[in-house]
Design a protein around this ligand. Structure first.
Ligand SMILES: Cc1ncc(COP(=O)(O)O)c(C=O)c1O
Length: 404
C-alpha cells in the first residue's frame, strides 16, 4: 500500500502528459492537470457507441453504465450515497440551482448564514436567493489576523430562524480548513441545513461527508485530476424534498431531477477515472473507498511537506507577507509583496516556467476582509504531481525578485 513515506511522485508525474511541456504547476487550486488515464477515459467514451441512457441498445446501456459508475465513484470519494450524487456543469451552476430550490421554502424572517471566508460561488447564490424570498442574510466573519473562521463566529449569527448555513470545507484563497464538524453541528442545533463547499478541500484530503456533517456537499472534478464539471452529494431523502424547475417530459426521479438536459457522459467517465486514479495512490488492498482514504492521506502528507518547505523559505524573504496562517490548512499559500504587485511577481515567475497566478480567485469577501481589496495576492498551490524540483524552481524565482 502507498504510504506517506513511499509516495512515488516520480511515478505520478510520469502519468501527467501536460507536465512534459515543462512548466512547474502551482496553479492546481484553479484546476489541476490531468493524468493520461482520465484523458483516455474521456476519449474512449467518445470513441465508443453512445446514445442517451436506456436499456435497449448497447449504446444506450453504455451511457447508463457511465452515469451509474460516476455516481458510485463520487460517492466513494466523499463517503456519500450514489443515489444522492448530482452532476452539473460546475459547482457554481449547481449551487445556483440548489439555492433556488432550497429557498423556495424561505420567506421574510427566515435567515441564511454565509461566511467571509468562502468563494463567491458559496456566497452570492445564497445572498441572491435570500433577496428573492425576502429572507435575511447573516455574515459569519473571518478573523483577518489568524485567517480562521471560528465556531464562535458562526454561533454569533445563528438564530432559531436560520434555515441554511453555507460554509467552505477549505478556502481556495488562503487554505484555511475551518472546523466543519463543529460548524455544521451548530447549524443543526439551530435547525438549519449545512451546505459545504468542498471544491478546494476534496483535492487535498480524504473527505467523509457524514463526519463533516454536510447535508449537501459540493465539489468539482477538475480540481481533483478530473474533467470540467461539478457535483453535489446529499442524502436522497433530502433531495426528494426539493423541486427544482424542470422540463415536463424529463424524469422526476432523484438525483436526475436536478440534472437538466443530457449529462456529459465522456466527462463522467473521466470523473470515474480520476477517482480510480486517486484510489490507486492508496495501493491495491481493500475496497475503493478505503484505497481512496489511504491515497488521499498519502497525497496530503506529500503536499504538506512541500508546503512547509515553501513556507520556511518564504519566511526568509524580505518584504513578503504570507497570508495562509490558519492552524489547519491545505497546501495553498497566498503571498504579497510590500513593494510590488503580486501580478508582477506572477509574470516574472511565468517567464521562468513557474505557473503561480495572482488574484483573489473569486474569494472576494475573504480578500477584502484581509485588506487585500479585489487584487488578492500570489497563490501557490501544491498538487499530487508537485515535486521538490518544482519547489526549487519556485523558490529560485521568488529569491530572484529584486528588492525594491
Ligand atoms: C472553493 C471553491 N468553490 C467553488 C468554486 C467554483 O467551482 P466551479 O468552477 O466548479 O463552479 C471554486 C473554483 O475555483 C473554488 O475554488
Amino acid at each position: 500500500m502507498t504510504t506517506a513515506t513511499t509516495y512515488d511522485v516520480a511515478a505520478v508525474r510520469a502519468d501527467f502528459p501536460a507536465l512534459r511541456a515543462g512548466a512547474a504547476h502551482f496553479d492546481g487550486p484553479g484546476g489541476s492537470q490531468v493524468p493520461r488515464q482520465v484523458a483516455h477515459a474521456v476519449a474512449a467514451t467518445l470513441g465508443s457507441p453512445i446514445a442517451n441512457r436506456g436499456s435497449v441498445t448497447e449504446a444506450e446501456r453504455t451511457a447508463d453504465a457511465v452515469v451509474v459508475a460516476a455516481r458510485a465513484a463520487v460517492a466513494d470519494l466523499v463517503g456519500g450515497d450514489p443515489g444522492g450524487v448530482v452532476f452539473g456543469r460546475s459547482m457554481t451552476q449547481l449551487t445556483y440551482d440548489l439555492s433556488r430550490a432550497l429557498a423556495a421554502g424561505w420567506g421574510p424572517g427566515d435567515e441564511v448564514v454565509v461566511t467571509r471566508l468562502d468563494h463567491d460561488a458559496n456566497v452570492r447564490p445564497w445572498v441572491q436567493a435570500a433577496a428573492a424570498r425576502g429572507a435575511t442574510v447573516r455574515w459569519a466573519d473571518l478573523d483577518p489576523a489568524t485567517g480562521e473562521l471560528t465556531p464562535e463566529a458562526v454561533a454569533a449569527v445563528l438564530t432559531d430562524r436560520t434555515r441554511l448555513v453555507a460554509v467552505t470545507g477549505a478556502s481556495n484563497l488562503i487554505g484555511t480548513r475551518p472546523d466543519v464538524p463543529a460548524l455544521t453541528a451548530l447549524a443543526h442545533e439551530a435547525g438549519a441545513l449545512a451546505y459545504v463547499d468542498g471544491v478546494h478541500l476534496t483535492a487535498h484530503a480524504a473527505v467523509d461527508v457524514a463526519a463533516l456533517g454536510a447535508d449537501l456537499y459540493a465539489c468539482s472534478p477538475y480540481k481533483f485530476l478530473g474533467p470540467h464539471l461539478g457535483c453535489v452529494v446529499a442524502a436522497p431523502a433530502l433531495l426528494e424534498t426539493l423541486h427544482p424547475d424542470k422540463l415536463l417530459p424529463s424524469t422526476d426521479a432523484v438525483p436526475e431531477r436536478f440534472e437538466l438536459g443530457t449529462l456529459p457522459y465522456e466527462l463522467l467517465a473521466g470523473t470515474t477515472a480520476a477517482v480510480d486514479y486517486l484510489a490507486a495512490l492508496g495501493g491495491t488492498d481493500g475496497d475503493r473507498r478505503s484505497r481512496l482514504v489511504a491515497g488521499l492521506a498519502a497525497v496530503e502528507a506529500h503536499e504538506d511537506r512541500l508546503r512547509r518547505r515553501v513556507e520556511d523559505a518564504v519566511g526568509e524573504l524580505p518584504g513578503v507577507t504570507l497570508w495562509s496562517r490558519a492552524r489547519h490548512r491545505t497546501p495553498t499559500l497566498l503571498l504579497t509583496w510590500a513593494d510590488r504587485p503580486a501580478a508582477e511577481v506572477s509574470r516574472a515567475l511565468a517567464a521562468r516556467g513557474v505557473n503561480a497566478p495572482a488574484g483573489s480567485f473569486y474569494a472576494i469577501e475573504a480578500s477584502r476582509r484581509l485588506g487585500l481589496g479585489d487584487t488578492g495576492g500570489l497563490r501557490v498551490g501544491m498538487a499530487p504531481y508537485t515535486d521538490d524540483s518544482d519547489v526549487d524552481r519556485l523558490l529560485e524565482g521568488l529569491r530572484a525578485v529584486p528588492e525594491g
